[in-house]
Write a protein that binds this ligand. Structure first.
Ligand code: DLL
Length: 434
């Protein structure tokens, strides 16, 4: 079993850490160049050979990787090992129809479990805890990622997934659950359900590991107050691994990045040049130890800043600040990543609609709801009601299938949706995240 509180890695002095990162980067670049056509071609086009990278200070010579690159090499074009070494596949939303696929070797899964376990240790979770995993299981990395991490700790894992909140609360009480991993908005909904069921004084919950969507410090404090627990922020993304790339410790002054595995850079969104400490920019990661699908300088589109000063907890690993937003139009609704372009593609597929739609996101009872207004020909409204209902159903199913998310579709008459002189406004997000 992996060493969970990995003091030798998490509290390493920064010179030693840099030496370790350098050694790992040199090995990674060699592997990527010789095993992944995509990277060899990219490096050749920049006139770089593996020998040109002798340490982490050379990282800026390397090419970036984007979500589009993953789409262009769909599904397995970025694999650096043969398929027989791949033991797991996950996927997240792509910008249009195709999902973004990620692959893992056995060692990748072990390192992932260790990183999540390190994170859960920061939240005070250990082998005596009973942990409910209420992230979705399946292609999404949240469920299985948190599951393997908690199991690696030796905790008792209850794989709830999402869906039946009353059953979750009943089991929370019956099993004496002490920790939970789920999205922060879902945890607020769970808190409300506990209250409604009158079980507040029967729960034994003491900590929560929440992430997969943006949330504020106020929301974290609200969760702590309502449930009487410690709530921690866990960050990650499928492309780089899944949950457990970074996590906040009990001082809650930023999220420690597990830098021995993921090298972070903060880039100016305008020039893509690295910016200084404390300056907000786009976060990029190089996966220093991944075998299945290693990535060089993956642009996350997440906006944050970095702080390399030592933390009161004793860890020396850099901290990134709570996320300030994204550089693209990706929305996260109930933990599911949604791009407006996916809705557009689904509408085109269904046909019978105009190219005008508006996505309205609200938070009702702490759960996100998505309404999509779609303009259709005026004649449809003159037809029998049955036809209107059948078209609404067809569009709803088309979008639901594309997004993997329940949506409410409202058909509206032509010119109902406000036209824009510039970039079309596709989204109204009424959730208060500040
Ligand atoms: O959301 C992995 C994950 C699962 C993280 C469970 C934490 C807990 P993706 O579906 O690929 O992976 O979405 C990744 O979600 O680029 C961020 O924009 C956002 N995100 C994830 N965690 C946080 C967080 C998982 N703690 C995208 N705060 C990322 C803010 C987050 N945004």
């Amino acid at each position: 079993m992996a060493n969970i509180w990995n003091e030798s890695k998490e509290c390493m002095n920064r010179d030693e850490l840099t030496a370790l990162q350098s050694k790992r980067l040199v090995k990674l670049v060699d592997k990527a160049y010789h095993s992944v056509d995509f990277y060899r071609k990219k490096m050749q086009s920049l006139g770089i050979e593996p020998g040109d990278v002798s340490g982490i200070e050379d990282i800026t010579k390397l090419p970036f990787t984007t979500k589009n690159d993953l789409r262009d090499t769909y599904p397995f074009g970025l694999n650096a090992v043969s398929q027989s070494e791949i033991v797991r596949v996950h996927a997240s939303s792509g910008t249009t129809g195709k999902a973004t696929v990620v692959t893992y070797t056995r060692k990748d899964i072990d390192i992932w479990a260790e990183c999540v376990a390190r994170g859960m240790t920061m939240a005070g979770i250990g082998k005596n805890d009973i942990v409910q995993i209420a992230y979705g299981y399946g292609l999404f990395t949240g469920g299985l990622g948190a599951h393997y991490g908690a199991e690696n700790l030796g905790a008792t894992v209850v794989p709830m997934s999402t869906g039946n909140t009353k059953k979750l609360v009943t089991m929370m009480v019956d099993f004496g659950v002490t920790a939970i991993a789920c999205t922060p908005s879902y945890l607020l909904h769970i808190a409300e359900t506990i209250e409604e069921m009158g079980l507040r004084d029967q729960i034994k919950l003491k900590s929560a590991v929440c992430g997969a969507e943006p949330w504020t410090e106020n929301m974290r404090l609200q969760i702590e107050r309502e449930l009487g627990i410690d709530a921690h922020d866990i960050y990650g993304l499928s492309e780089v691994m899944g949950p457990g790339v970074a996590m906040d410790c009990r001082y809650h002054k930023g999220l420690h990045v597990f830098e021995d595995h993921f090298y972070p850079e903060i880039l100016s969104p305008d020039t893509l040049e690295p910016v200084g400490e404390g300056v907000v920019g786009e976060l990029a990661f190089t996966t220093l130890t991944k075998e299945g699908m290693p990535l060089l300088r993956y642009r996350t589109k997440d906006l944050t800043s970095i702080d390399r000063s030592p933390c009161e907890c004793g860890r020396t690993q850099a901290r990134i600040s709570r996320f300030k937003g994204r550089t693209d139009d990706m929305l996260i609704i109930r933990g599911v990543n949604v791009f407006p372009s996916q809705v557009e593609a689904a509408l085109l597929e269904v046909g019978e609609t105009m190219p005008h739609y508006l996505m309205i996101v609200d938070r009702v009872n702490n759960l996100d709801v998505l309404e999509i207004q779609v303009e259709v020909e005026e004649s449809i409204f003159a037809d029998e009601i049955r036809k209107l209902e059948s078209l609404t159903k067809k569009i709803t199913n088309g979008i639901k299938g594309a997004l993997g998310l329940a949506v409410k579709v409202t058909l509206v008459e032509p010119k109902t949706i406000e036209r824009s002189m510039g970039k079309a406004k596709r989204v109204i997000d009424n959730r208060k995240l500040d």
